[in-house]
Design a protein around this ligand. Structure first.
Ligand SMILES: O=C(O)/C=C\C(=O)CC(=O)CC(=O)O
Length: 215
């Protein structure tokens, strides 16, 4: 029997959260190994973890005898090797392009500018304003893009990779006190996704490393 996959994860890291959603949607059972990003300078920066993930980031997924990094590549791997639901539309290159465009607008264009490393570098009092500014600015374009692609979810009525990436980013927007009433399409899709079981079980509050006061 193949070994159970192991996910190195931090409860409110958006990139870990994306992979947790994808694993849940695919019905893949796995073990969580929490990596505390803040304690003692961050467990992700230890020599042991660096051997697994030289970029010192979460998530890392051990699956199929491989050690995988980079959430978006992991999601695509799971989509290519596991059954439905498919997170990238099959046999429809135009729809697939839309999924990738929305996904990358968030995963390349918004989240990296407000991740922990960048905020630690920005430092002190500027952190909150910095995160707020980049998420709000990114959401202005995203809202307009989604008005052209959305059905119940980001692209039509099926859950795709774009939805997997959206939910953790909206959580970050709330953390940075972005006024979500300016983004009705994003808010509506997020609310619909939060009703889906795979999104519920993957949420930060359900993770073993979530502190009791945030549950
Ligand atoms: O608990 C913390 O404050 C530390 C880390 C995070 O939130 C995760 C991030 O770096 C942001 C992100 O993944 O988008």
């Amino acid at each position: 029997m193949a070994a159970k996959p192991v996910l190195y994860s931090y409860f409110r890291s958006s990139c870990s959260w994306r992979v947790r959603i994808a694993l849940a949607l695919k019905g893949i059972d796995y073990e969580t190994k929490p990596v505390h990003l803040l304690q003692d300078g961050g467990e992700q920066n230890t020599d042991n973890y660096r051997e697994l993930n030289p970029q010192c980031e979460v998530p890392t997924l051990e699956i199929d005898g491989q050690t995988m990094t980079q959430s978006m590549s992991i999601i695509e791997y799971l989509d290519e090797t596991r059954g439905p639901p498919f997170l990238l539309p099959q046999g429809d290159p135009i729809k697939k392009q839309k999924v990738r465009a929305i996904s990358q607008a968030i995963a390349c264009g918004i989240q990296p500018i407000q991740n922990l490393r960048v905020l630690q570098y920005v430092g002190g009092e500027k952190k909150a304003e910095w995160g707020h500014y980049w998420i709000e600015r990114g959401f202005k374009g995203l809202e307009q893009l989604l008005q052209g692609t959305a059905g119940r979810y980001c692209i039509g009525d099926e859950i795709t990779m774009a939805d997997v990436v959206l939910v953790p980013q909206v959580y970050n927007a709330n953390r940075f006190k972005v006024d979500m009433s300016a983004f009705p399409t994003i808010s509506r899709i997020n609310a619909a996704l939060l009703e889906v079981e795979a999104f519920k079980v993957a949420s930060p509050s359900e993770q073993p490393d979530c502190p009791p006061e945030l549950r």
